[in-house]
Design a protein around this ligand. Sequence first.
Ligand code: C2E
Ligand code: CA
Ligand code: CA
Length: 777
Amino acid sequence: MAADRPAPARPRRAGTAALGVGVGAATVEVAWLVAGGPAAALASDLGATVVAGCATLACAETAGRHPPALRRFWLLLAATMGLAAAGRTIWTVGRLGADALPHTPLVGAVFVAGIVTGTAALLSAVSAPRSGLGRARVVLDGVIVGLALIPVAWVVVYRDMAGADLDGTARSLGMFYPMLDLIQLAVLISVAAPARPLWPPLTLLGVSLALRAGADAVYVSLIAQGQYQAGHPIDVCWPLSYLLVACASRYPPPADLDQVDETAEPAPMPWWRVALPYLTVGAAIVAIVVDGQPVPVVQGSAVALLAALAVRQALAANENRRLAARLRQLAYTDQLTGLPNRLLFTRRLRQAIVARRGHGDHPGEPYPDAMVGPDRPAVAVLLLDLDGFKQVNDRFGHASGDAVLAEVATRMQAVVAGAGLTARLGGDEFAVLLDPSAAAEPDRRGDPAADPERLAQRLLAALADGSGTSASIGIAEYGPQHTGDADLLRDADIAMYAAKAAGKSAYRFCTPALREAAVTRADLIADLRRAVDDGDQFELAYQPIVEVGSGVVRAAEALVRWRHPRHGLLSPARFLPLAEETGLVLPLDRWVLAAACRDAASWQDLAPGMSVAVNLAPAHLLRADLVGTVDEALAAAGLAPAGLTLELTETALIDSADEVLAGLRRLRELRVRISIDDFGTGYSSLSYLHRLPATDLKIDRSFVDRLDTRDATAYATVEMVTRLADAFGLVVVAEGVETETQHRAVAEIGCPRGQGYRYGRPQPVGHLRQLLAVPPG
Ligand code: C2E
Ligand code: CA
Ligand code: CA
């Protein structure tokens, strides 16, 4: 902000004053030379010297005022202008002392030094390449342009004057001035090209260089023709070119200067920038061909050009090689952890398998006997998946998730070390490839890391050690049943799921039984998908919920069954886990809800006010459309909301976020009943009950079970829960009452409702209607 950083007024004024003086001096000189005033040569020399001096001051002042990133640029430009002023002074002194133009080595050296600092200044521009190699390439491109223009200039401008009386020094040095100007111009174009938008000072410097190149060319040709005299009108071009540099120093620094990212990849070059040096080389070739008999200058420049092109080619080849290596690294590396990624992992796995087959194995065929057994460790894949990683991400954010992944990667690498290839396959999934043929020593049986089982144990131990995460590992070993890498990975995946099912922090090998189970599992999921689509393979069984004292049926719980075309009638335990995993439980529950509401409406004539209880999977609680779904089912069936109870498991409710509670409250506003299912299994404290807008509470079967043996704790628990729930205004249901003993205990405690085989099994709706028609005796 300009307001935060007051501009130092005085130095700025000094720079502007210098520019003013420069403009004045240049104006006087132009007028003098054009009007043909006396002592034109001296006027020209003085004018050029004064303007160059002013430009020096202006640039130096800017160097002190602009941000540090631009300091070198302006200092080098100041040096360039200073050298121009010095050169011109030495020239003037020399000219005044002698008759001829003083093309002395000293003058030449000073001018060449100015060209070096000028080029260096351009290479210090903000948009210039940062690396030494990049800068070398830019300069080389400029040199190629300059060298290529020598034959062209020779043919176009100088050839016809070959006979003219060329001053020796002018010929050797003067002829190179336009070329050196053009090299700088090419460097400038190269440096400015990636900058968008173009910074005005660079444009002014370009115009200045072009002006100088033109003036130098005319100067050299005038000399060649013997027509040049000091004070010639062409002389005004030099001070004007210095003046442009002084003007350039008046611009503010580029607006996006602080956005310059030192580490950013260089912007891609426009095509014409890449082609520019080669276009001039093409012109040089044409010139040499046209010329026919090249003079030594042209010959020399052609040889130098070839050398420059060769170096340029070598640079480009080297750059390509590095780019290719960088690309390869990017393609095969996981950016977050730096581990090899899935692409490299599967490639190595494929190589390992091919190497294995090279030992006499054939795809799909059994190993020769010599190949099996502990003598030859197999190619093995360990698939590691973090337990509960999704929760880490959801609760603590992606940054924490990333940190966990990085930590896991580090620990895995420390354990595996050189024994195998550790990779991140994506998400929270990692893998280790154990390839005995790739191991440094042929026999690594002594190395604990090379044995898949011991490696899995060590990996689990390393992760368990205070990292706050655990993982499940599936192991698959390459065998005759595998046709390729995809097979082997799938088996590791199957084993990994088995490990997950076994609980956290476990590992499993893939066995034939597991593989088979996985196949039927996949089939069953496909069948389930179809069944949910059609909806006609599901049935509902209704289990009565009775008043413990009187045995009157007060409600019925709808329990879903799947009549599978091949496997017969399946209980929820068989397919609900799959349905929950795949999300199919949502449409399934919607079907149950609609059917149960219809059935409940149909029994209102027999038992007015008797409600139906429907189980809802936890996933529903996070859905915004839950209230709408329920409302719709009630309306379609013509059932009063009080006739529906939604059962939600305690575990689903424990973690209830605010939006879940809000959804539950809206359901309550509909006057639908809400029941806390399986109470006692979720390790929740009773105190959270008052937060839930529930109407019923079902004591889990496991507690009722133990009432049989007169288990004192179980009895006390059921009693306490009943009292407390009662105090909260909840209707308590004892689940799984099977025996007379359990029934008596429940009645003794005073639990109002009961459900279980003692009162009635889950049964088709027709049977339930018959039961309702006969009043309990
Ligand atoms: P739940 O909600 O605890 O349902 C009660 C389960 O206990 C039912 O098993 C029922 O048949 C069984 N049961 C009832 N009385 C007794 C008894 O005296 N002794 C014994 N040993 N068991 C008894 P079911 O039908 O196999 O259902 C199992 C679970 O599947 C249910 O547990 C419920 O969580 C879930 N479920 C059932 N239907 C649905 C549904 O439509 N949607 C959803 N999301 N889940 C459902
Ligand atoms: Ca239930
Ligand atoms: Ca239950």
